[in-house]
Ligand binder design. Structure first.
Ligand code: MGD
Ligand code: MGD
Ligand code: MO
Length: 750
């Protein structure tokens, strides 16, 4: 029985279903599909024929307060897209890569897949079945439950070094026992009016573009809301983003050098006595050692490495030191650096030694929501099986992240069959060939060694076309019920079905329950998904049906948890680490043979580490900066969203374009020692003359689909051709956002 906690719910003027101007309105929350990191409050409008006609932001929902982005506003186009797959499909193993599918019935196909999974378990053990997920969508925890419930340790997120979010989470947990998020009053239903909340003086936006990406549970407008109230911003980015143009300081960093910058700033803070001595004395361990390490990073050297003028670095450090309340608003650019762990450690340390932890308007541990977010179903995974997780032996730190395999070890396992073969892959919400995996050709070849691959998606994708033996059609959030209680959520929301699922498509939760009951019934005791949701909600004291009316529900929240003994399992004040303090010198890293202190390693290749390659590849390339209308590889087949961004772009400084003899709209190849991809030039002054930035996850749903016809133009378009599998020492991190390249025009007929 979960212990009940007092959840505060929001007062609504109307029930969750009501009528308005001849339309039916369903209030709820929108998570995925289509892809998203948030869960905004939405109003879904349907007509008498049961068709979704429009979606609006819910003004009563404290999270987004009526605001909504293009991907929800355009939801009807996604729901009714003629490209959606609406029936389960099957293909003979020998026909992988060919458009030769057979329509099959759900019961038959689920029985067949379950049979194959159980056979693999019998012959090779549960570890021979791997379960894949993409980025944090609301199905994430159900996929891990499917994996652990089946006693397989192999949950796979196919990014080299799991380079999204997990590195920052692992880095925070390892050194401080918590994950810290900025305090934008998101834990209070009355938000900025809550008397406990205090406004931050400063938000440091570091390798993140919140107004576009709305990442990891943060609604980007909150940053703007604070700025409108007087909060100042510093932006650290190679691109002059919209927020950077409104910031007090913009540090245009050379991609991948964030660790050096952070250490240089730490050194400046210590040398000039700008840190919070009292907080450090009371709550931090290893300050002297950190100070000594930081001394290796004097300002002028750091200026040379990062290519940021020394006085700007000093000014930013002084601002952080002077702020009463500062937020670190960091993003995936920190994870997408090969040595991400020491980088994250250095960046975080700046906010720790300045005491920006636990006070209102600084960094908080989000109120934990239900046991669902923290290892739901992991009780089914036995220690013997857990010890077999791919990559765990070589990289024990992965236990501090999301308990994913180390992808770089996993791909070797697919290639060699060592230490054991992977026989079945269940892929739900991910498109590894077009997006997560680097080196697309290697990713493809390695996966060809898996006997059976199941893909659960809404659309045919390059991954499914090349690799799937079974395709199971999922539906959008408008077509099903669900819960929003994942990472950094601070609230329980219900997703409320507004229309019937199209064709035979099913909710992801229903699909996991259906297959779970067949392969590990003990882990899936519920009759319906709504029973399952009610069980998850038990600690709120409300059933799913009650929550549909009441949501969002907010759990109790406290500031200064470390002073109150709320962070440690033993109830003592302090942090959940071996020393009870924030460990600037990490006892955990030390015990694992990792450097206990933050450090900087120059990325390879780069103008500094491989000067011999600069003649051939003079440009620095950063990849994947998010765009409004696309969530990774999605939405290319949705006309209005595609119209906002019809082609894969490379953003080039006008002077650089001129030097290369190309202009806006021209097609070019970006190429380095690993491979090349095609791009259309967008001239813009937001990047400097040496750096180019390009979109990721491109393919063309309208292009010939079969593997030997180009796989939707994937081989020409994917930027992952230029990036190798190469994770950091800890098993986390890879250089997705920094490499080198050259640029030249696409030839005629190419
Ligand atoms: N070069 C470069 N590569 C990158 C990045 C970068 O910055 N640069 N960023 C990386 C990051 S941070 C991440 S997290 C990964 C993301 O990688 P993925 O999460 O694998 O993202 P997608 O390629 O969009 O694949 C998602 C697939 O899931 C489907 N889908 C969406 N919602 C749902 C749903 O609710 N149910 C089901 N069943 N399917 C759904 C979509 O149709 C799509 O085909 O990519 C990474 N790749
Ligand atoms: N519309 C949309 N929203 C998304 C996604 C999407 O695909 N589309 N993907 C979701 C996912 S999975 C994630 S992880 C989040 C990511 O959300 P963000 O963290 O905001 O990710 P990006 O936009 O990839 O990168 C943020 C910024 O880092 C900058 N940058 C690039 N290289 C470096 C570097 O070396 N150092 C520094 N300091 N900055 C650098 C980029 O120019 C960019 O402005 O977004 C989520 N939200
Ligand atoms: Mo991500």
């Amino acid at each position: 029985m979960a212990e009940k906690r007092d959840y505060t719910t929001v007062e609504h003027k109307k029930p969750y279903r009501y009528e308005e101007d001849g339309l039916h309105v369903t209030r709820g929350c929108g998570w995925s599909a289509p892809g998203c990191h948030l869960g905004c409050g939405v109003l879904l409008y349907t007509d008498d024929d049961g068709r979704l006609v429009k979606v609006e932001g819910d003004p009563e929902n404290p999270f987004n307060q009526g605001r909504l982005c293009v991907r929800c506003l355009d939801l009807p186009e996604v729901v009714y897209s003629p490209d959606r797959i609406l029936h389960p499909l099957k293909r003979d193993r020998g026909n992988r890569g060919k458009d030769r599918w057979e329509q099959v019935g759900w019961d038959e196909v689920l029985d067949e897949i379950a049979g194959i999974i159980l056979e693999a378990k019998e012959a090779y053990g549960p570890e021979s079945v791997a379960f894949y997920s993409g980025t944090g969508r609301d199905i994430g925890q159900y996929i891990t439950r499917l994996c652990w419930g089946f006693n397989s340790p192999n949950f796979v997120f196919m990014m080299s070094g799991q380079s999204c979010y997990s590195p920052r989470v692992a880095g925070c947990f390892s050194t401080s026992g918590s994950f810290w998020v900025g305090d934008y009053a998101q834990q209070f239903p009355d938000r900025y009016d809550n008397p406990q909340w205090e406004q931050p003086d400063l938000i440091v936006i570091w390798g993140n573009n919140p107004v576009v990406s709305n990442s990891d549970g943060l609604y980007g407008h909150w940053v703007v809301d604070c700025m409108k109230r007087g909060t100042k911003a510093i932006v650290i980015d190679p691109r002059l983003t919209w927020l950077a143009s409104r910031a007090e300081l913009f540090l245009q960093i050379r991609p991948g050098t964030d660790g050096a910058l952070a250490l240089g700033m730490a050194n400046y803070l210590v040398e000039n006595d700008l840190y919070d001595r009292e907080f450090v004395d009371l709550w931090c361990y290893g300050f002297e050692e950190l100070a000594e390490r930081a001394r290796d990073y004097p300002l002028d050297e750091v200026a040379e490495i990062t290519e940021i003028p020394a006085e700007e670095i000093a000014a930013a450090a002084r601002r952080i030191g002077a702020a009463e309340r500062a937020i670190l608003q960091w993003g995936v650019a920190i994870d997408q650096i090969k040595e991400t762990i020491p980088t994250a450690q250095a960046v975080l340390a700046l906010f720790e030694i300045t005491g920006n932890i636990g006070k209102p308007g600084t960094m908080q541990q989000p109120a934990s929501i239900l046991n669902y977010a923290a290892g739901w179903g992991s009780e089914f995974l036995t220690p013997e099986q857990e010890a077999k997780r791919i990559g765990q032996e070589a990289h024990p730190l992965i236990k501090m992240g999301f308990q994913e395999c180390v992808t770089d070890d996993y791909i070797r396992c697919l290639e060699t069959g060592e230490p054991y073969p992977i026989k079945v892959a269940w892929m739900q919400t991910t498109n590894p060939l077009a997006c997560t995996g680097v080196d697309a050709k290697r990713t493809l070849a390695a996966h060809m060694n898996i006997d059976t691959i199941v893909v659960v998606d809404l659309f045919m994708t390059p991954t499914a076309m090349a690799l799937a033996d079974y395709f199971l059609p999922a539906c959008t959030y408008a077509e099903r019920n669900g819960l929003r209680i994942g990472d950094g959520a601070q609230r329980a929301e219900t997703i409320n079905k507004a229309i019937e699922p199209l064709g035979e498509s099913r909710s992801d939760m229903q699909i996991t329950l259906d297959i779970g009951k067949r392969i590990s019934p003990e882990a899936w005791p519920w009759e319906t998904v709504e029973d399952l949701f009610s069980d998850i909600l038990e600690e709120t004291g409300h059933s799913f049906e009650e929550m549909q009316e009441l949501a969002p529900g907010y759990p109790p929240f406290d500031y200064r948890m470390h002073e109150k003994g709320l962070l440690r399992t033993d109830g003592n004040p302090g942090f959940q680490t071996a020393t009870g303090r924030i460990e600037l010198w990490s006892t955990l890293y030390n015990s694992l043979g990792l450097d206990p202190l933050p450090s900087y390693e120059e990325p390879v290749p780069s103008p500094r580490s491989t000067p011999e390659l600069t003649g051939e590849y003079p440009l620095v390339l950063t990849t994947g900066a998010r765009v409004w209308s696309m969530f990774h590889s999605e939405h290319r087949q949705i006309p209005r969203m595609r119209a906002l961004h019809p082609e894969p772009l490379v953003y080039v400084n006008p002077a650089t374009a001129a030097q290369h003899g190309v202009k806006d709209g021209d097609w070019v190849w970006l190429e380095n020692q690993h491979g090349r991809c095609k791009r259309q030039v967008r001239e813009t002054p937001i990047v400097n003359e040496r750096t180019v930035s390009t979109d990721h996850a491109w393919w063309r749903p309208e292009a010939p689909c079969e593997l030997d016809e180009g796989l939707y133009d994937l081989w020409d378009l994917t930027v992952e051709n230029l990036l190798p599998y190469d994770c950091g020492t800890s098993g986390f991190g890879a250089n997705y956002k920094n490499t080198i390249c050259k640029m030249y025009p696409v030839g005629e007929g190419e």
